[in-house]
Design a protein around this ligand. Structure first.
Ligand SMILES: *Cc1c(COP(=O)(O)O)cnc(C)c1O
Length: 380
């Protein structure tokens, strides 16, 4: 297939090479140099986050959160099955046991009304994933966590610069994890960050990120030599990628504006198909402000997603499904596949379709995609 309109692609600000060259010439290409510090500072001020540590991926940030949460054998972790593998893996790696809760049909986010009945004596944490950059119902989730003494780790991989009731996604639970993967709004190819929102975890987070050592204290001259202090791994990001990321972070508002306009255009152009009952448009609750990470539609029952993807593909338009529910995955099935009834997850996930959306996409291309979708339904 000849791709004319891809699902996503990064928007380069133009300063990426300049900053990367600067790092290469200065020699400090390892980690935790000027660019890492600058990115962390920009994120802390932009998100009103207490403490941000860049990592080499969001997966790494989630693994750090699992270590910092002291997840151990048999500890239960509540999350939606409609999730990224890393949302579960990070905790599973530490012996944690995923407990899947159903999603809301409007936002694809964990259904906060179904969380409390999944809480047991073994529950240690709730891991809400903010799908498409639209916030989960954090007030309800924080309330349940508070009453049961649970930690909250936000998988805000897709949610950088999006807000729930004015607060940045990732800054509400004890920990938040964001992603700068190639497919995300702001990218360094691979990269991420952990937001440590509870001050008592900050010192340990720095050690866990650095192989379980106090190397950062050594670098600051606070200790004579650095030693093995804790479990940890090499979760640092390369300074070269931090330089690339800084250029991206500096164009955040341009990226945001472009995505918002394109998303709005899709909503206007596809509204007639919703009125005719072919699709449902995505929902952004009043109190959430999205970063427009994904534009997705939910197809009516009986519509073949595969045929629509094929139809678009023949026109050079890349469209895609998204998560395969984790409770149906080969790994989970091989472990017995235990789960509660997840009717919304099973009904909606096979009908969700992502359409091309990226900063800098031409409005003409949004028109072309919307026309092609209408054409598939015989409505053009
Ligand atoms: C992209 C993504 C991840 C993984 O991010 P990486 O930076 O690639 O590790 C985790 N969770 C969600 C919800 C994601 O969308």
């Amino acid at each position: 297939m000849n791709i004319r309109i891809p699902l996503q692609k990064p928007l380069l600000s133009g300063r990426e090479l300049e900053y990367m060259t600067d790092v290469m010439q200065s020699g400090g290409i390892s980690t935790n140099g000027r660019y890492t510090q600058k990115c962390q500072g920009l994120l802390e001020s932009g998100l009103l986050a207490q403490k941000v540590f860049l990592t080499n991926s969001c997966t790494a940030a989630l693994e750090m959160a699992a270590i910092l949460s002291d997840i151990g054998d048999g500890d239960e972790v509540i999350l939606s099955s409609y999730a990224h593998v890393s949302t579960a893996n990070a905790f599973f790696l530490r012996g944690g046991r995923p407990v899947f809760v159903d999603i809301r049909p409007d936002t694809m986010n964990i259904d906060e009304r179904k969380i409390e009945r999944a809480v047991t004596e073994r529950t240690k944490a709730i891991v809400p994933l903010h799908y498409a950059g639209v916030g989960c119902e954090m007030d309800a989730i924080m309330d349940i966590a508070g009453r049961h003494g649970l930690l909250v780790v936000e998988d805000a991989a897709q949610g950088v610069y999006a807000r729930y009731k004015g607060r940045s996604l990732g800054t509400i639970g004890q920990f938040g994890a964001i992603s700068f993967h190639n497919t995300k709004n702001i990218t360094s190819g691979e990269g991420g960050a952990i937001l440590v929102n509870a001050p008592e975890y900050v010192e340990r987070a720095e050690i866990v990120r650095d192989m379980g050592t106090d190397r950062n204290k050594f670098m600051r001259g606070e200790v004579q030599r650095y030693t093995w202090q804790d479990i940890g791994s090499s979760y640092n990001i390369s300074e070269v990628l931090a330089a690339l990321l800084l250029a991206q972070l500096e164009s955040e508002s341009e990226i945001h504006t472009s995505r918002r306009e394109l998303y709005g255009a899709y909503c206007r152009l596809l509204a007639p198909l919703e009125d005719k009952g072919h699709i449902s448009l995505p929902v952004i609750p009043e109190h959430c402000s999205s970063n427009y990470h994904i534009f997705h539609v939910t197809l009516a029952e009986g519509v073949s997603r595969g045929e629509l993807v094929g139809h678009l593909g023949r026109l050079g338009i890349q469209a895609a499904s998204h998560f395969e529910p984790l409770h149906l995955s080969p790994l989970w099935q091989s472990l017995g596949g235990a789960h509660e009834d997840l009717p919304v997850t099973e009904s909606v996930s096979p009908r969700l379709l992502r359409l091309p959306l990226y900063a800098g996409m031409r409005t003409d291309d949004v028109n072309a995609v919307a026309e092609a979708v209408a054409d598939f339904f015989g409505e053009s």
